[in-house]
Ligand binder design. Structure first.
Ligand SMILES: Nc1nc2c(ncn2[C@@H]2O[C@H](COP(=O)(O)OP(=O)(O)OP(=O)(O)O)[C@@H](O)[C@H]2O)c(=O)[nH]1
Length: 307
């Protein structure tokens, strides 16, 4: 009898459901090569990541972006000249291609004008939400074409960093209104802006009050519950949730401290390092290095400025 021709088992006559067949039965098929093929394809195509910064005027949004990417991505002032950062007056996107070990990332950062300084702040969220929805619409229109492009340019906002003013109290009604709308449209990561103006105790108490406010008003920020797909995701996401909103300090100037160049804010009492929020102790010994030019992103190529 042909060993491969088994008589059908009672279960195999039931409605077909996906079953796992072991490789010993099938012989080598080459499924494991799919991973390599996907990797090669992804490396060739590169990745796209679009971030948007939102918050009241003067909270340090532009400074934070420059801190994160160690580059004056847009509001560039003349190197060496201490020109203050100009105010953002319109939505403004800048794209850079960053390459690291052969992996390309097309990073687009969208700075938005600060809101909340009008007498009537009603609907001040409209231009920002309008922009976010417009990008979804643009992508969808490309996707539903009969002759689709092989690669659809992705301008959708993947992450929105929301700057909360460091009042030390709780979320203001304007922040609640804004966040309620924003979190329905995009992944929101709230941050406590200019966190150097709060003491450690004030910062922790403020963080807990914001967490309570978010819960009370059913504002689901990143990482949302739907991302808890398995136990490991749940553990990792719970850790992130405990730390949200992150406290941030932005700086776009480097200072020399004990022979080390640190990116930070110089105050009367010392330098607060922007990369870890800790004070650099040597008050009086520091001097400014590379004034006005905080360096650039490693592998940064081809700035493509959009209006
Ligand atoms: N103390 C403190 N000041 C900051 C921080 N980040 C930025 N600043 C200062 O705040 C001022 C405004 O910073 P910007 O980055 O222009 O603020 P913005 O939110 O982009 O402002 P708009 O363009 O009006 O929306 C600048 O003088 C910065 O040096 C911070 O973390 N702490």
């Amino acid at each position: 009898m042909d060993p491969l021709r088994h008589s059908p088992s009672p279960s195999s006559s039931r409605a077909s459901s996906p079953r796992t067949l072991s490789c010993e039965r099938l012989g080598y098929v080459g499924i494991e090569a799919v991973l390599d093929q996907l990797k090669i394809k992804a490396m060739k195509m590169g990745f796209e990541f679009n971030i948007m910064v939102v918050g009241q005027s003067g909270l340090g949004k532009s400074t934070m972006v420059n801190t994160l990417f160690k580059s004056k991505i847009w509001k560039s002032t003349m190197p060496g000249l201490r020109v203050p950062m100009p105010q953002t007056l319109q939505l403004h996107s800048v794209t850079h291609v960053i390459e690291e070990n052969g992996v390309k990332l097309k990073l687009t950062v969208t700075d938005t004008p600060g809101f909340g300084d009008q007498i009537n702040n009603d609907k001040c969220w409209d231009p920002i939400l309008g922009y976010i929805n417009e990008q979804y619409e643009r992508y969808l229109q490309e996707e539903i074409l009969i002759t689709r492009q092989r690669h659809i340019p992705d301008t959708r906002v993947h992450c929105c960093i929301y700057f909360v003013p460091p009042t030390g109290h709780c979320l203001r009604p304007l922040d609640l209104e804004f966040l309620q709308r924003l979190c329905r449209a995009v992944n929101v990561v709230p941050v406590i802006a200019r966190a150097d103006s709060l003491t450690i105790e004030e910062r922790e108490a403020f963080r807990h009050r914001i967490q309570d406010d978010l819960k009370t008003h059913s504002i689901e920020v990143y990482p949302q519950k739907s991302f808890d797909e398995d136990v490991n995701d749940k553990i990792l996401n719970s850790k992130i949730r405990e730390r949200i909103p992150f406290a941030v300090v932005g700086a776009d100037r480097e200072h020399m401290v004990n022979g080390r160049c640190v990116l930070g804010r110089k105050t009367k009492w010392g330098i607060i390092e922007a990369t870890n929020g800790l004070p650099s102790s040597s008050v009086g010994k520091e001097s400014t290095c590379n004034a006005g030019d905080p360096g650039s992103i490693p592998g940064l190529k081809d700035p493509l400025e959009k209006g």
